[in-house]
Design a protein around this ligand. Structure first.
Ligand SMILES: NC(=O)c1ccc[n+]([C@@H]2O[C@H](COP(=O)([O-])OP(=O)(O)OC[C@H]3O[C@@H](n4cnc5c(N)ncnc54)[C@H](O)[C@@H]3O)[C@@H](O)[C@H]2O)c1
Length: 416
């Protein structure tokens, strides 16, 4: 790729697209030139934010094919919902195969697919179209993770031995849009939606900087999933009302709490473990990301709500509900943590900087669709384990075509 500035088009102008747009203040050599969203209002709002933040001369495209056809667009960021992954990617690739415009790269938000079959299809389509592919797992670019991992490996691991346990958790009080709550549309419940972050960031911390992911081989998966809060009638009613009557957690719940324990072997055959917890029923100040990395003589810990900045509002400050202090904020009074630079601290800025730099150099990003596929394989093995209440050797037979019961609408722990 000879260009000095990458022209970026974003597909899907919703919640996560706004994080990407805001991160552009810290991204060089790329302009956001277009948004496509079937919801025109969403597209207009997203274009307005791009222009206000001076992130590029963005305009609205009427279709994905129009976006691919425009020679100004060099790369596409897929930020559409999970249920639209395959149709979006197929349209990109069909447009390219019809000779409509060169495209260097494509990035896709997590999870890469709702199951292994879909994730594999995404990878195959990217390969077929000879696209450089980036998997948007922001947490492996979060400054605390990158810096903490580098320090642990340089100091602790070099002198006393590799880290052997990583813990990662992501918890909040539940997603912002009804489609996330529907197993069939999203692919599962919180396990699919948020454990994708935790398994990957934990695997990343346990991998020596510069080494490929193949230094760790997953060998066993044990998982547990339950619906602890949102299947209770008063909360199921809230979901029903928010979705215009569509979401029915009394009949078709998804898990709002899940854990997994993944055993890996390193290149010397040593056991290395990953422990994850994810939840849509954590009511704290807001989104809480926590990570730990433990080795023979050291430990690392990160807690995103342990913010250096806190504000206090007395009960007389009766403001409107918002997300101005932290993502998935639950309150506006009392002592509240503020994540001052969310785009940066959660890793979006580092992620987009890396994707842009890779595409401009004609290189495959370090975090790519192969990683996205590997994450989906682990998540599906976790669903299998939770459904069977058993530890499974990895990869379990049948993984390639497995669809979790929650995605089929047949999972109901209360009924069982
Ligand atoms: N990295 C993260 O931490 C993170 C956070 C939130 C969401 N996500 C991921 O980003 C994706 C989008 O999530 P969101 O929170 O922005 O959802 P959202 O519902 O807020 O926004 C999705 C947008 O996509 C549009 N859309 C719907 N169908 C489409 C189609 N066929 N083609 C193009 N656009 C379409 C919708 O109109 C909407 O504006 C999901 O895959 C989600 O898992 C990642």
């Amino acid at each position: 790729m000879k260009k000095k500035t990458l022209g970026v088009g974003i597909i899907g102008g919703g919640f996560v697209a706004r994080f990407h747009i805001r991160s552009w203040a810290g991204v060089r050599d790329a302009d956001i030139l277009g948004i496509y969203d079937p919801d025109k209002k969403r597209a207009e709002e997203a274009v307005g934010i791009v222009r206000k933040l001076n992130a590029g001369a963005a305009r609205i495209y009427n279709s994905i094919t129009d976006m691919v056809t425009d020679p100004k667009i060099d790369a596409i960021w897929i930020c559409a919902p999970n249920f639209a992954r395959i149709e979006v990617m197929e349209e990109i690739v069909h447009a390219l195969e019809a000779g409509k415009g060169p495209l260097t790269g494509v990035c896709c938000e997590k999870p890469l697919g709702r199951n292994v079959k879909e994730a594999r299809r995404m990878l195959e389509l990217a390969r077929r179209a000879k696209l450089l592919d980036g998997y948007l797992e922001n947490q492996v670019f979060a400054p605390a993770v990158v810096r903490g991992r580098a320090i642990i490996w340089t100091r602790g691991a070099t002198l006393t031995g590799r880290p052997y346990l990583a813990r990662a958790s992501e918890e909040h009080s539940g997603p912002h849009m009804p489609w996330f709550w529907e197993g069939s549309l999203q692919g599962g419940g919180v396990l699919n939606d948020m454990m994708c972050h935790s398994v990957e960031v934990a695997r990343f911390m346990l991998t020596p900087p510069g080494a490929p992911r193949t230094v760790l081989t997953p060998t066993k998966v044990t998982a547990y999933a339950a619906c602890l809060k949102w299947q209770n009638p008063e909360y199921a009613r809230i979901l029903r009302d928010q979705s215009g009557g569509k979401t029915d957690y009394l009949k078709r719940p998804a898990e709002d709490f899940a854990r997994s324990l993944i055993e890996y072997r390193d290149e010397k055959g040593n056991i290395v473990a990953v422990e994850t917890t994810t939840s849509w029923c954590y009511v704290g100040a807001g989104l809480r990301l926590s990570m730990e990395l433990l080795g023979p003589e050291y430990a690392l810990q990160i807690n995103s709500l342990d913010a250096g900045l806190k504000v206090f509002f007395s009960r007389k400050v009766k403001g409107r509900a918002g997300e101005d202090l932290v993502e998935k904020q639950n309150a506006e009074v009392g002592l509240m943590p503020v994540v001052a630079d969310e785009e940066n601290e959660y890793g979006y800025t580092g992620e987009n900087r890396h994707m842009v730099k890779s595409f401009l150099k004609g290189l495959r990003p370090s975090e790519n669709f192969r990683d996205g596929l590997n994450v989906t394989e682990l998540l599906m093995a976790a669903y299998m384990s939770a459904e069977r209440d058993k530890t499974l050797a990895f990869p379990p037979p049948g993984l390639a075509n497995f669809v979790p019961a929650v995605a089929k609408g047949t999972w109901n722990p209360k009924r069982a």
